[in-house]
Design a protein around this ligand. Structure first.
Ligand code: SAH
Ligand code: F3S
Length: 477
């Protein structure tokens, strides 16, 4: 164990060595999905080779980058507020440059420069390798924009700089973009067509993380179950692949097998699954490998067949139940979480009731619940009227949240008295005498520190719970 911690430190000092030659300071802030946080680590890595060290102090920065989210209107408003703050700082530091990355950059393109005078640089999710060139343009006093989406870019050859990492768990991206075209969703427009990363480069990254002392990876994609490697190229072009490429292709279940076998002591998680693409062989692969965590984030958005159809979610309520039944059959103690949208255009009270009864059936461990927010350019924005009044959206959302809270408590109570393996990630937010880490189902467990340390796997007896957290004590041996 000691040796692994040594290796972690070595890994960190290595990163530092490379960076010591750097003279400029990069401050980077990320909003939205895990993919954005992971992308910021790629950006930090690209800029580390081009003169920039990261700093946690906004005031000291030569370059401020904000990795943005467009998923709901509120996410965009948050970023606009941050730009106001950056503006105030820039008044003290005229040389500071400000760049916008991510989904808002892709959605607004050049318009960003007009709308927000403070912005010098606009870079979309597939153009980060162009950052050094774009920064040269900015240095010479021009604004710079690159929002070209790619058919190939997966950043597979870049080793991310682990920003604010606890040294225990890390994200590894496996697909980029999304082809699903859910009618409410802006992601296919901002992140482009779906492409998968070479499994060899994924394995190399996972092996490297293990060597540096990491104990858990989360394989990331907008839609991981749709992962398909056949030598490069877009998912939608697989039909034109050669017979050889088809025969040697790697799907998500194969990839899980490969990663689980390559590092049998590494915990493996993944996110996000779309029910329409999740196949039985993925669940079988999870059941087969002890080190793949028993947890699936399985957004459904609505329990009504009419709404699912209008959302272009390509499964029915009944098919979703079959999937849940299969998961429970093969992995009886699997944690399952949801995303829900309240107040999609045309949603009736009956549709809303369908959502509540679907939740009753599944009794999710936890969930992420939102009021529908119309996004410009999406099919729903173009074809459907955003006709559910805000107060109705909010009331339905509240009912969904209240029900989820009941189910979350029901689920945490099922853990009482059990002894579960926990990977220590950090100090508990509420007490410096306690550690916090997650069990296999992804539920937070808090317990007294004793002599354990971050990165340890500990068997913990669960003695108490709230709806969100399990409390317990380490059992020796
Ligand atoms: N497949 C993606 C989903 C991205 S969006 C993933 O990897 O998580 C995350 C969640 O945001 C969606 O599941 C959906 O519940 C919610 N969402 C997306 N677009 C939305 C919109 N226009 N209004 C409200 N919620 C939305
Ligand atoms: Fe968005 Fe649907 Fe893809 S929610 S990210 S279009 S799976």
């Amino acid at each position: 164990m000691e040796k692994i911690i040594d290796e972690t430190l070595q890994g960190q000092s290595l990163v530092k060595e490379i960076n010591e030659k750097n003279t400029k300071k990069l401050y980077i802030e990320s909003y939205g999905c895990q993919m954005n946080f992971s992308d910021s680590e790629i950006v930090a890595s690209i800029l580390a080779k081009n003169g920039y060290n990261t700093t946690s102090s906004l005031e000291d920065a030569d370059l401020v980058l904000v990795n943005t989210c467009s998923i709901r209107e509120k996410a965009e408003q948050t970023v606009r507020k941050r730009l106001e703050k950056f503006n105030a700082v820039k008044k003290q530091n005229q040389d500071m440059k400000v760049g916008v990355l991510g989904c808002m950059a892709e959605r607004l393109k050049h318009k960003f420069l007009e709308e927000e005078k403070i912005v010098d640089l606009v870079v979309g999710p597939d153009a980060y390798k162009d950052l050094p060139n774009l920064l040269e343009e900015v240095e010479s006093g021009q604004n710079a924009v690159n929002v070209i989406l790619s058919k190939e870019e997966t950043y597979g050859d870049i080793t991310p700089v682990r920003l604010q990492s606890n040294g225990v768990s890390a994200f590894v991206s496996i697909t980029r973009g999304c082809d699903n075209m859910c009618t409410f969703c802006v992601v296919p427009f901002t992140r482009g067509r779906e492409r998968s990363r070479d499994p060899q480069s994924i394995l190399e990254e996972v092996n490297d993380l293990w060597a540096k002392g990491f104990k858990e990876v989360t394989l990331l994609g907008q839609n991981v179950d749709s992962y398909l490697w056949y030598g490069g190229g877009l998912k939608k072009d697989f039909k034109n692949a050669t017979p050889m490429q088809k025969a040697t292709s790697v799907n998500f279940a194969n990839l899980l097998d490969m990663v689980a076998k390559a590092q049998p002591r590494m915990r493996i998680r993944f996110s996000t699954s779309n029910p329409q693409d999740m196949t039985l062989d993925v669940i079988e692969s999870m059941a087969k490998h002890e080190n793949i965590c028993n947890y699936i984030h399985l957004p459904v958005q609505s329990g009504s067949n009419t709404v699912l159809k209008a959302m272009n979610r390509l499964h029915t309520r009944e098919e979703y139940f079959t999937l849940i039944d299969n998961i429970r059959k093969l992995i009886p103690d699997c944690g399952i979480s949801q995303d829900m949208i309240a107040g999609f255009p045309g949603e009736t009270e009956e549709d809303h009731q369908d959502t509540l009864t679907l939740m009753e059936y599944v009794k999710y461990d936890f969930g992420f619940m939102f009021a529908y927010s119309e996004r410009p350019g999406t099919m729903a924005a173009r074809k459907l009227e955003d006709d559910i009044p805000l107060n109705v959206k909010k009331r339905r959302l509240q009912e969904i949240i209240a029900l989820q809270q009941r189910h979350s408590l029901y689920r945490t109570q099922q853990h009482l008295g059990k002894v579960e393996e926990v990977l220590i990630e950090k100090e508990s937010k509420k007490s410096k005498d306690h550690w916090a880490g997650r069990n296999t189902q992804n539920t937070m467990v808090v317990f007294p520190k004793e002599n354990y340390k971050i990165g340890d796997f500990v068997m913990v007896k669960i003695t108490d719970c709230t709806s969100a957290t399990l409390l317990g004590e380490a059992v020796s041996g």
